[in-house]
Design a protein around this ligand. Structure first.
Ligand SMILES: [Zn+2]
Ligand SMILES: [Zn+2]
Length: 373
């Protein structure tokens, strides 16, 4: 039933030919001013109800037409009943005015949960290969030891918050043409704790939490990649009373190792041979993730040749197996020769024939392709 005899256009303060958008804007403006949660005016509730009703009628073409032609009587005979409005359509509008609490309720546990925090830890590539445990320092809000988190000086009294009677939340029931709805908000007096502290704790000044530098051993799994984060559940900032602590996200930075280049789970290294070593063959010490190792390079090793050490790369994170280590052979050709050296090389060249430089199967290009798959 239409419950007011006031003119709907006058109630909203708009002209009779106002557009839909103008009507909506006027309604939003008035609803904000008149909502009983906000307004102290004694007639706010009554006016709010009228404004909502006016908006219900004027926001829909069907009822607006009826009202324009026949006034309130037209609506009554047309069977219009205020309060039959589709609430879903207005949900957005309502949360815009009053916050989502009106419609969805707040989740206390979420609010009380402590914040997450971030920390970083830097490790070497070799440590990343084998896994390592590192003490990671960070500043976290922790429960105050002096007051046990309740914020009150030990021995002092804690009483019930008079504003919310200890619930921590304020509920306001509003009756409107939509029916009754309940608005809930955190009590501003006690910030949701429901208690009143007569004498705040000296240590935390009533906050119940203090900032503490903590160190926590972080287990970094073998095979971790640069920039990956490890979550330490419940090690973040302490929650408000009763809330659980947040998490710590430790970002792992891997210091570049000048001996290796990592690509995924494979690592690359280079080895330098002089041209005589390459020709005669040479056993060289090469760096691996497991320490130095001897590598035998046969006579006739070519520049650009790649030696693959299967399963000697980085471990595959959280799985079995390891990548490969690939060693690129670089051959140094002399840049500066003295007369004697030049003479010996010429002499050598005179003894060289086709067989001396015979090509092996699979040239350099094929090897490069297979190395970089
Ligand atoms: Zn305290
Ligand atoms: Zn309170």
């Amino acid at each position: 039933m239409a419950t007011t005899d006031h003119d709907y256009y006058e109630l909203l303060g708009v002209r009779r030919n106002a557009s839909e958008a103008e009507i909506k804007r006027a309604f939003r403006q008035l609803a904000r001013e008149l909502h009983p949660d906000v307004s102290d005016a004694p007639d706010a509730q009554e006016r709010f109800r009228e404004v909502v009703e006016a908006y219900e009628v004027l926001s829909k073409t069907e009822t607006r037409d009826l009202y324009d032609r026949y006034g309130h009587a037209g609506l009554r005979s047309g069977g219009f009943q205020s309060g039959q409005v589709d609430f879903g359509n207005l949900a957005d509008l309502f949360s815009a005015f009053f916050g989502d609490d009106v419609l969805f309720g707040g989740r206390a546990a979420d609010r009380a949960r402590g914040a997450d925090l971030a920390a970083t830890v830097e490790i070497d590539l070799v440590e990343a290969a084998h896994g390592v445990t590192r003490e990671v320092p960070f500043d976290a809000a922790v429960t105050c030891a002096r007051c046990g988190g309740d914020g009150a000086e030990p021995g002092s009294e804690i009483t019930t918050c008079p504003n919310c009677n200890g619930s921590g939340r304020l509920q306001q029931v509003t009756r409107s043409v939509f029916g009754e709805f309940v608005r809930t908000q955190t009590c501003p007096t006690c910030a949701g704790s429901g208690r009143r502290i007569e004498q705040p704790c000296q240590e935390c000044r009533g906050a119940g939490r203090v900032v503490e530098e903590r160190t926590i051993p972080v287990e970094i799994p073998p095979g971790i990649h640069h920039g990956q984060r490890i979550r330490l559940s419940g090690e973040g900032h302490a929650g408000l009373v009763g809330g659980r602590a947040g998490d710590v996200y430790v970002e792992v930075h891997i210091r570049p190792d000048e001996r290796f280049v990592r690509e995924g789970d494979d690592i690359y290294a280079t080895v330098d041979l002089t041209f005589t070593q390459a020709a005669l063959g040479k056993t060289v010490a090469i760096p691996t993730l497991d320490g130095e190792e001897e590598l035998e390079l046969p006579p006739g090793t070519q520049p650009g040749e790649i030696v693959v050490l299967r399963g000697r790369g980085m471990p595959v994170l959280q799985r079995r197996g390891r990548g490969d280590q690939r060693i690129l052979v670089s051959v140094l050709v002399p840049r500066h020769l003295n007369d004697e050296q030049r003479r010996l090389l010429r002499q050598f060249d005179e003894h060289a024939d086709e067989r001396t430089y015979e090509k092996a199967e699979g040239g350099l290009f094929e090897k490069l392709k297979s190395a970089f798959r």
